[in-house]
Write a protein that binds this ligand. Structure first.
Ligand code: DGL
Length: 439
């Protein structure tokens, strides 16, 4: 069914399940819908006039499909690579973003993002990613999954960090193009280029030979974002382009998100497959660099390292079949710190770093997460309250009037105890701030 909607501004908007439209057409519709509403509480819209004047007092928005992006936020909160006064690239003993405030969003209800492209849902994924950005730019959120009306008390953001490789691979260009259409000057930083630059930085000499393994989601791998970005980054630095082998993980991000007991099984399967693919490629050099190409994976970096070590020393019929394929010293590339540095440079370039205004009480950082709409009893849910896989991956883009998931404050009750443990142990700066969230 198709139907049309007139708004007060006489903007003609078409909404409805328009299967025949291409992902690009659906995107165009979302972009004009987002800025064309006269109803401030309408879903997937925001007020572009809030950005007429650049506002360095706004917080910085960071988003991922779940808790993985918190690994990027941790790096942003901890990094000290610049002098905060002179902006020189030199540590000054103070965190680079010490005066900034952050709004974090994890679109957990719709994850894993990495599995949409393989199901032919690339257009839907692109739409989810742009909707995440719209949420960060706007003031609208829901107090709870069953609230009767949305609240309009959230602060807009002055910069957006896409702390998700899959969202960067499929949505970075869409968000930048949308901002241009909206005439909103907000810098957007993704993680993939930072990861590629990280690889280039590990190559010490111009002709140094490296074999790089990229562990990412299936979607990130099929986009070829990393092989392309690594070739561009090393090429630009005048270095030999390394061999790149990719492994797309179907289950690991979700297993980490839900703290499932099969995390180790997932890691083992993915590492074995990565090394097998490397073997089949006929490469003569051992894998010596691993890109953590999904922001969830730094949470299990130790386990990934152990699995690589176990496989390297694995014995079968008196020989070690993988010894020559895995280097004894593996270099891990986590794009997070380089992303944080790029954020600093972009804020400085746009004159958006927060001015020191001690008379103003700093507002706390805020964390949001998506949950299924609790007021809709028709939604197909699993026993644990999550959307069924069948429902999640058969939705169509272009349904702008539907809001089947809601962005609500991320209370500790909304995360599994094991995830909270993981955050507490591995992401101390994030934990400090998350622990202050009201229950
Ligand atoms: N954390 C996301 C990334 O970096 C992926 C998780 C997902 O598949 O949703 O790609």
């Amino acid at each position: 069914m198709r139907f049309a909607l007139w708004t007060i501004g006489f903007v003609f908007l078409e909404v409805g399940p328009i299967q025949a439209d291409s992902p690009d057409q659906a995107m165009t519709r979302l972009v004009s819908y987002a800025s064309g509403s006269s109803d401030p509480s309408a879903a997937h819209t925001f007020d572009t006039s809030l950005f007429r004047v650049a506002n360095s007092d706004f917080p910085i928005g960071v988003f991922d499909s779940g808790i993985g992006g918190l690994t990027v936020l941790e790096a942003i909160l901890s990094v000290d690579s610049f002098n905060n006064e002179t902006l020189e690239p030199k540590a000054d003993g103070k965190p680079d973003f010490e005066k900034e405030r952050f709004i974090y969003l994890g679109d957990q209800a719709n994850m894993p993002y990495g599995n949409y492209p393989a199901r032919g849902k690339e257009g839907f994924l692109r739409e989810l990613v742009v909707k995440d950005a719209i949420f960060l730019l706007g003031k609208r959120f829901w107090e709870s999954d069953k609230a009767r009306a949305p609240s309009l008390a959230k602060s807009p953001v002055k910069a957006i960090v896409i702390a998700c490789n899959t969202a960067t691979a499929y949505g970075l260009e869409d968000i930048r193009a949308a901002l241009k259409t909206w005439q909103v000057s907000v810098p957007v930083i993704g993680v993939v280029e930072a990861g590629a630059r990280g690889v280039s930085e590990t190559i010490a000499t111009k002709d140094g030979r490296r074999s790089v393994g990229v562990l990412a989601t299936v979607g990130t791998c099929s986009s070829m974002a990393y092989p392309k970005a690594i070739a561009a980054s090393t090429g630009l630095a005048g270095k030999r382009v390394p061999e790149v082998v990719q492994q797309g993980s179907v289950h690991l991000a979700n297993a980490i998100e839900s703290s499932s007991s099969n995390i180790h099984e997932c890691i083992r399967g993915d590492i074995r497959q990565l090394v097998e693919t490397h073997k089949q490629s006929g490469s003569q050099s051992a894998l010596d660099t691993i890109v953590l190409g999904c922001t969830h994976f730094p949470l299990v970096q130790d386990e990934i390292r152990n699995e690589l070590n176990d496989l390297r020393t694995f014995e079968e019929n008196g020989s070690r079949p993988y010894e020559n394929l895995i280097a004894s010293q593996i270099e891990f590339v986590n794009p997070a710190v380089l992303t944080a540095k790029e954020l600093f440079r972009e804020l400085a370039r746009h004159r958006l770093r927060k001015a020191d205004r001690m008379e103003k009480l700093p507002q706390a950082d805020q964390f949001y997460i998506s949950v299924p709409d609790g007021s809709n009893t028709e939604l197909p849910l699993n026993p644990d309250g999550t959307l069924t896989t069948e429902y999640k991956y058969t939705r169509l883009p272009g349904l702008l009037h539907i809001e089947d998931t809601r962005f609500v404050p991320m209370t500790k009750q909304l995360l599994p105890a094991a995830s909270l443990n993981l955050i507490q142990q591995r992401l101390p700066e994030v934990w400090k701030r998350l622990a202050q969230q009201p229950d």
